[in-house]
Design a protein around this ligand. Structure first.
Ligand code: AHR
Length: 371
């Protein structure tokens, strides 16, 4: 009966989410099993302590709802694929996937939909860092553990664990590399343009703060900083306007993800601005997806600071720990590398006292990349 109710609710919800512009898909068709053993900071309600659902004893699938940001970038595609690969039926999961298309309100509704469907776990990659406490309280009241990935939630701690990147460190690393590179090239004045990611996203906030901190330290000029929304079209549009407003005035472009960098390169090509190893403008990106690393290897991008999208295996481990009644770590940082086109800025960069190598991109490095 409970299963029938869940299925009816799921169908009704899928229709209503469709009407909101988001999209929810089920990756498999198993019945929902409630997690008896989930004990975490976020799963302390009565519902979490209730008796096991009928499916558990027969080894039914674990139902996971994943509220994804959207499909704005190659990085996002890799993140979605990673989750779909890990939370497959063959691995014992029923994945309900929602693409919120970068719409925060739709993402909140998707999470509420997962609650109504009685999923066992909810994964959230938050579009924006704030506005989460109410819906996370609703998850807690329903006894559904929440795992946050990639971007952070900054106004609530009602989730079990977060797995992601230190975005501010990425921005600091970018700045410290630029200092070493400019010194090696004899460049004494930096006039930078920044193409930011989506407004309100912790990835944008951290990268912007980190780079600005270094820029302030060395007295660089940040001529302008505008959002390209983490998309290629957005990067191109912002760079087209920068090329008009700041013609001949800039020698550095910081793109907060690879897709924006592709768009910025197109805009500079059109405007006749040269960039990269042999150009007038130093261009830097974040993410380090394979197509962008190819551009680094060819000298079209000077450096690229990795943001690792492969959080899903860590999330699976967290779910298994919860299933076993264990308490997972609250924060897990992904390992990331710093990639460069030329071997002239030293062998490493130190950020917050931690030294990390600079990896010159070769065909071998490229071939070894997983995404
Ligand atoms: O939150 C991670 C950022 O979001 C990645 O840098 C970007 O490509 C994505 O869209």
């Amino acid at each position: 009966m409970k299963k029938l109710f869940s299925l009816l609710l799921a169908s009704a919800l899928a229709l209503s989410l469709g009407a909101c512009g988001g999209s929810t898909t089920s990756e498999s068709t198993g019945s929902a099993a409630t997690s008896e053993a989930a004990t975490s900071e976020a799963a302390t309600s009565e519902a979490a302590e209730s008796t096991p659902a009928e499916g558990e004893a027969s080894g039914d699938l674990i139902t996971v709802g994943f509220a994804q940001v959207g499909h704005e970038s190659d990085w996002r595609t890799a993140s979605t694929k990673s989750a779909q690969d890990i939370f497959s039926e063959a691995n014992g999961y029923n994945l309900l996937f929602n693409d919120a298309d970068n719409d925060s309100a739709a993402q909140l509704e998707a999470v509420r939909g997962f609650i109504q469907q009685g999923v066992d776990y909810i994964i959230i990659d938050p579009i924006v860092a704030t506005g989460w406490d109410t819906v996370l309280t609703e998850c807690e009241d329903a006894g559904i553990p929440v795992i946050v990935i990639d971007r952070t939630i900054d106004d609530s701690d009602k989730y079990v664990s977060w797995v992601g990147s230190n975005f501010k460190d990425e921005g600091l690393a970018c700045g410290e590399w630029l200092k070493a590179y400019a010194d090696a090239k004899g460049i004494t004045e930096i006039n930078a343009l920044v193409i930011e990611g989506s407004t309100g996203a912790s990835a944008t906030i951290g990268r912007t703060e980190g780079f600005k901190e270094v820029a302030d330290k060395y007295g660089w000029n940040i001529l302008d900083s505008q959002s390209g929304d983490f998309t290629e079209a957005g990067g191109q549009e912002v760079m087209e306007s920068f090329c008009q407003s700041y013609a001949g005035q800039f020698n550095v472009v910081i793109c907060q993800n690879d897709n924006e960098a592709f768009g910025a390169m197109t805009a500079m090509d059109t405007a006749g601005v040269t960039y990269g190893v042999d150009g007038d403008v130093i261009i830097v990106s974040f993410d380090a997806n394979k197509p962008a690393l190819q551009e680094v290897m060819e000298g079209n991008l000077n450096a690229n600071f990795e943001c690792n999208p492969m959080a899903a295996p860590f999330v699976e481990e967290i779910i298994q720990q919860l299933e076993a009644g264990e308490t997972p770590e609250k924060e897990i940082y992904m390992e990331e590398s710093w990639f460069v086109a030329e071997d002239i800025a030293g062998e490493s960069i130190t950020v917050n006292g931690v030294e990390q190598p600079l990896v010159v991109v070769t065909q071998e490095v490229l071939d070894a990349r997983p995404y």
